[in-house]
Design a protein around this ligand. Structure first.
Ligand SMILES: Cc1cc2nc3c(=O)[nH]c(=O)nc-3n(C[C@H](O)[C@H](O)[C@H](O)COP(=O)(O)OP(=O)(O)OC[C@H]3O[C@@H](n4cnc5c(N)ncnc54)[C@H](O)[C@@H]3O)c2cc1C
Length: 507
């Protein structure tokens, strides 16, 4: 077994009282782990069992230490504009291991005709905070810039109906800003088809800006002005997320020794005997007393008072089919896309480009095999030995789903040939690591919010059962943590204090 914390079904028992609540968590990814951790935080005597079908905890999170490189095979950082990731790290005693993006390289490039251009300063995912960098960028034509500037004067949509991200951005900022800036940035994060991705389920704050301020540009300018004012009146608190401690974080952070430190820290707090690795739950059955029986692949049966289902949604769909067929169908209808990540290292002398940024994104209209490339060892410290550079090259997504499963040699050849033209690479990489992630990224298509509301309504009728995971209210690590923690709180009937509830957050 490759994870020390995963115990076999025969491992030791938890020292708990006979009438303590028995809760099962199905799925040992970050959502299930956060749920397990929160259960024990709120009710230390709770009799927890976490079932994980594979031999290791962490789900898709995987950090590899090899040949002096620290490679994140999937997620490599998380956002700090929502509190749940940083908060959990703090409670796990990992606050001093959180590291920020390298301040010298906080810029992103966009590829155009195999050349890298700086994303205009102040362009935040979907809208500009500053007009001058947009006015002078060579990425857009004069007509494209004029169309973007007109956003300020366009009438605003005030309703709450959903639309695709593509429709929203084209409607507000025009086709060029969509194709050249927003599409590559958003595709790199969500591996999604922007013509189907829901703006209301993915980045609702931009629709809120339109509704509240009449224009994205106006809203962004107002936000920047408010921030400047706040910085003047309270220099310590304005820029930071960490209101309680006063510490400040960049928009993204990671853990010094990799994101699996979070997994290991939770695993080390779970009671002996509570984790059942290599154990897949085959069926979920309702008991007469309102509790649940879980049936494993070898037909063993165990009873629980409550269950948290923290598997991917297609697996939740399978388990719920006999219990609520319409919730199950809706769960099964949540599509997933996949990616492949090729991590490669080069000696500094092998790369012509200065790599003075965090990475590059590639618009779909470039028809490139690359989705994005993160300059991993520039973005964060401790990723590569002195003088070497570690890059993470992304392929696949909704754009090219077949690439998520492409055979390693062909994948590397295709990606590195293209990257060679863009970055001026000489010779072969000195280190290579390939990770395939087919069908792992839930796609929040138009109508996702309504679908999830209907699923949750159905599941709420099944007492003592809660859903958690990345398919519902956000794919990012902090949102997964939040979904696991909220599921644990609901199971225990815990009501978080006012102000601690889920804010309308981007996912
Ligand atoms: C390539 C990639 C890059 C990403 N990059 C980022 C990033 O940079 N930042 C960020 O914030 N997020 C990122 N994400 C998203 C984030 O990492 C995931 O959404 C999150 O880790 C998912 O956690 P989870 O616990 O919900 O699901 P999973 O990690 O999928 O865990 C589910 C677990 O359930 C187990 N399971 C399934 N069925 C059963 C069963 N029947 N019985 C028992 N166990 C079962 C599985 O084995 C698995 O371990 C990325 C995701 C991917 C794939």
């Amino acid at each position: 077994m490759d994870n020390e914390q995963v115990q076999s079904p025969q491992a030791g028992e938890q020292p708990t009282s006979a009438n303590a609540r028995r809760v099962a968590v199905i799925g040992g990814g970050i959502s299930g782990l956060a749920a397990a951790h929160r259960l024990l935080e709120l009710e230390p005597g709770c009799r927890l069992t976490l079932f994980e079908k594979s031999s290791r905890l962490g789900g898709v999170l995987r950090t590899v230490h090899e040949d002096g490189y620290q490679v994140e095979q999937s997620a490599d950082n998380f956002i700090t504009t929502v509190p749940w990731g940083v908060d959990l790290c703090r409670r796990l005693g990992l606050a001093d291991q959180l590291i920020q993006t390298n301040a010298a390289f906080r810029r992103t490039f966009v590829v155009r005709k195999r050349r890298l251009y700086r994303l205009p300063d102040g362009f935040l995912m979907m809208a500009p905070t500053q007009m001058w960098p947009l006015a002078v960028t060579p990425i857009l034509s004069p007509a494209g810039k004029l169309r973007a500037a007109m956003e300020y004067f366009l009438p605003a949509r005030r309703d709450d109906d959903d639309e695709s991200m593509a429709d929203f951005v084209r409607r507000r900022l025009g086709r060029e800003v969509f194709e050249r800036l927003v599409e590559p940035l958003v595709s790199a994060v969500y591996a999604a088809d922007m013509e189907r991705l829901s703006v209301m389920a993915t980045l609702p704050r931009f629709r809120k800006m339109e509704r509240d301020h009449g224009s994205l540009i106006r809203a962004m300018r107002r936000q920047m002005a408010d921030r400047r004012k706040a910085a003047k009146s309270n220099p310590a608190g304005a820029a930071g997320l960490e209101k309680q401690s006063g510490a400040r974080y960049s928009m993204f952070v990671t853990l010094r020794d990799g994101l699996t430190s979070m997994v290991d820290a939770i695993a080390s707090r779970l009671p002996p005997g509570s984790v059942r690795g290599n154990t897949s739950i085959r069926a979920l059955e309702r008991n007469g007393d309102g509790g649940w029986s879980l049936v494993t692949e070898d037909d063993a049966r165990q009873t629980f008072d409550a269950v948290i289902l923290a598997t991917p949604s297609h697996e939740a769909a399978r388990l719920l089919r006999p219990l609520d067929s319409s919730a199950s169908e809706r769960l099964a209808a949540i599509e997933h896309s996949g990616t492949a990540i090729v991590s490669v290292a080069y000696d500094r002398s092998q790369i012509a480009h200065p790599l003075d940024g965090m990475g590059a994104v590639v618009p779909s209209i470039e028809r490139s095999p690359l989705l994005a490339c993160s300059f991993s060892s520039q973005k964060y410290a401790h990723r590569a030995p002195e003088g070497k550079l570690l890059l993470r090259v992304f392929a696949g997504g909704a754009r090219a789903p077949e690439m998520a499963e492409m055979e390693d040699e062909r994948l590397c050849r295709l990606l590195l040939e293209e990257l060679g033209h863009i970055l001026g690479l000489r010779g072969k990489p000195i280190y290579t690591n390939v990770a395939h992630w087919p069908g792992t990224m839930p796609q929040y298509h138009v109508g996702h919010r309504e679908r999830v509301a209907a699923i949750e309504k159905g599941v709420s009728a099944l007492a003592n059962l809660e859903l958690a995971g990345n398919a519902y209210h956000g794919v990012g690590i902090p949102n997964c943590v939040h979904s696991g923690e909220r599921a644990a709180e609901r199971v225990l009937g815990y009501v978080p204090p006012e102000g601690d509830m889920s804010a309308e957050a981007d996912s």
